[in-house]
Design a protein around this ligand. Sequence first.
Ligand code: R5P
Length: 310
Amino acid sequence: MDELRVFTGNANPELAARVCKYLGTQPGNIDVCEFNDGETMVKINENIRGVDVFVFQSTFPPAKNLIELLVMLDAAKRASARRVTAVVPYFGYARQDRKDQPRVAITAKLVANLITVAGADRVLTMDLHSPQIQGFFDIPFDHLYAAPVLIDYFQKKNLKDLVIVSPDIGSVKMARAFAKRLGASLVLIDKRRPRADVAEVVNVIGEVEGRDVVILDDLISTAGTTTRAAEALKKKGARRIVAGCTHPVLCGDAVARLGEAPVEQVVVTDTIPHAPEKLISKIEVLSVADLLGEAIRRIHEERSLSSLFV
Ligand code: R5P
């Protein structure tokens, strides 16, 4: 079996280091820096001819994270790696995935094209905003779910008469899978967005009175969705309210909003890093490093990933 190397950009080197620890390796020797004018410069400082290379980078804002990913892929390809896999724990620009208004871009497709053209032979990611984005790629694509990590945590929380709440139509499939695994019932929120980044709850569909609830989403950005959902569920008589998501984008006043929301805890993963001082005590961060590490190992060894999907 040929060698495996993981190279990381500056988006989440801590997660990359945890993944490398799982794999029993060190991150590859690479410079990912800037010229004086701010342009990204990448140099791989070791021979990777014939090597199975994994380029590790989430693409949350700023756009420099995406650029670093593309430039690293280009460097790896031009250095004659045998195979280059883009490992993108959080796949940004995914929310614009269709033309739902006149004259808008489909950024998810644009980013898929960029990653492919930059030199990726395959892609590994986690909890895409919509799973159909896989179809925007014509190269092999592995889509992991953080569910095993989150479910394990919720199972230990001693939640009673549990209800999993999907805070909008988009998260129903994810919520249904969690409900099935946790033996819980499913409740749906009819959410509207009068403007981008503004969420309103129109209706709670299902019974939550006297029940413990987990509000589940793929990501929390402004936290408007989670906060409005929690308020509506509280009004309907929910007992304990916990929120969970895979990707903590947490922009603007999101953390303060979550602090004031009627949720006792917000469980997220480390696909997007935050300074510990930014995170309030009710935000619990779980690591998906072992899951990503195991997926990388299996890709390298040409073994099936399906048992990681459940
Ligand atoms: C929407 O379709 C997503 O699944 C999330 O619910 C949404 O992007 C969260 O955004 P925010 O935290 O800004 O309400």
